[in-house]
Design a protein around this ligand. Structure first.
Ligand SMILES: NC(=O)c1ccc[n+]([C@@H]2O[C@H](COP(=O)([O-])OP(=O)(O)OC[C@H]3O[C@@H](n4cnc5c(N)ncnc54)[C@H](O)[C@@H]3O)[C@@H](O)[C@H]2O)c1
Length: 339
């Protein structure tokens, strides 16, 4: 692939920083945008950016909500491919602070769409989420399923992104690809997510909160598999689907250059097995505090990845024990913990 200029939003975030690193390694020019908010410790975000340090990387601290600065970034750097990963993430926090989700995920996203429209961007890739499947129980979750029953405002903003993207693919022929990530984990991971919380608590001899009394399954997806998938998709702008029909509309594709993919491991793991894998690596048992299902959460996620495999000849494959071992090795080193 020719060397391109990429704009990666959320570049100080977990997934964005890994993606920026990979694109830099492939010799692309990478412009990273992030507001470094304090949803979790900003030091981790700053350290991720430091870790990227490279003359092919330019970091701009700004907010997606600020339409003028976003337009200035597009004017100045003329990105050819945009990967929008900035968002207010987290299901549970959307019950506490719903406005943060509308501001970053909806207002922020329209600013990205408008900037792409006015700057002839070749391809917009953006993060959606497995949470859009909401109340659906038919497994594995397929992009051909209807997703009209979200269980949290977070999920509703992600589905909104897919709808907004479709209108821009239709009206302005902007190729858009939405990625429904399934519980991503790995080194430099998010402090609000289970793997980080459990690891920290077990190391500190504190009890871990086990929701739905442990009866949860997640299609945990290792970060390197996510990055490999995104990188392959950057070379494949969304195409119109010639078989698409308005009589029986496939929700995952369109007559317009619009596509959504699941990116998941296609191998759900029981929460208790996930905890056991952490215990194995740490050589220590967790004290467990069993609790009911939290509002907004879904008990099980499971990705159908047939479309992904068909289009990029790759699907996530890292085993849970390998992925957890890599995360814990990183955690111990980053926080200077000696077991
Ligand atoms: N990690 C997962 O398991 C997972 C699962 C499904 C979907 N996603 C989605 O993937 C994307 C990346 O997630 P992540 O895990 O790296 O989260 P993250 O919180 O680590 O990264 C998001 C980054 O976006 C930045 N940001 C938030 N609002 C912003 C705004 N208004 N302007 C500029 N920057 C802003 C944050 O400071 C943060 O650094 C998000 O869209 C998230 O919703 C993640």
């Amino acid at each position: 692939m020719n060397k391109k200029t990429f704009l990666v939003t959320g570049a100080a975030g977990f997934i964005g920083s890994h993606l920026a690193k990979r694109l830099i390694k492939e010799d692309h020019r990478v412009i990273g945008v992030d507001n470094i908010n304090d949803y979790y410790n900003p030091k981790l975000k700053k350290d991720r950016i430091k870790h990227l340090g490279n003359d092919k990387f330019t970091f701009i601290k700004t907010d997606l909500e600020n339409q003028d600065t976003i337009n200035n970034v597009f004017d100045e750097y003329q990105p050819e491919i945009v990967v929008n990963l900035a968002a207010q993430a987290g299901v549970r926090y959307s019950l506490e602070n719903p406005h943060a989700y509308i501001n970053s995920n909806v207002v922020g996203f329209i600013n990205i769409l408008e900037a792409c429209r006015h700057h002839n961007v070749e391809h917009l890739i953006y993060a959606s989420s497995s949470s859009v499947y909401g109340a659906n129980t038919s497994k594995p979750f397929s992009t051909s399923d209807n997703i009209d029953h979200p269980l949290s405002l977070y999920a509703a903003t992600k589905k909104s992104n897919e709808l907004m993207a479709h209108t821009y693919s239709h009206l302005y022929d902007l190729p858009t690809t939405g990625l429904r990530f399934f519980t991503v984990y790995g080194p430099w991971g998010r402090p609000d997510m289970a793997l980080f919380l459990f690891t920290k608590a077990i190391i500190n001899d504190e009890a871990i909160d086990v929701f739905n009394h442990g009866n949860m399954m997640r299609d945990f997806t290792y970060i390197d598999d996510i990055i490999e998938s995104i990188t392959r998709l950057t070379k494949r702008p969304a195409q119109p689907n010639p078989d698409w029909s308005g009589v029986n509309p496939d929700p995952g594709s369109s007559y317009a250059p619009y596509k959504v993919y699941n990116i998941g491991n296609n191998n759900p793991v029981k929460l208790m097995d996930f905890i056991e894998a952490i215990e194995n690596k740490l050589g220590k048992k967790a004290e467990k505090n069993y609790l009911p299902l939290q509002a907004g959460d879904v008990p099980e996620t499971y990705a159908n990845v047939e479309d992904l495999y068909r289009d990029i000849e790759f699907q996530p494959q890292t085993s849970i024990q390998d992925g957890i071992n890599n995360f814990i090795d990183w955690y111990l080193e980053y926080y200077g913990v000696i077991l």
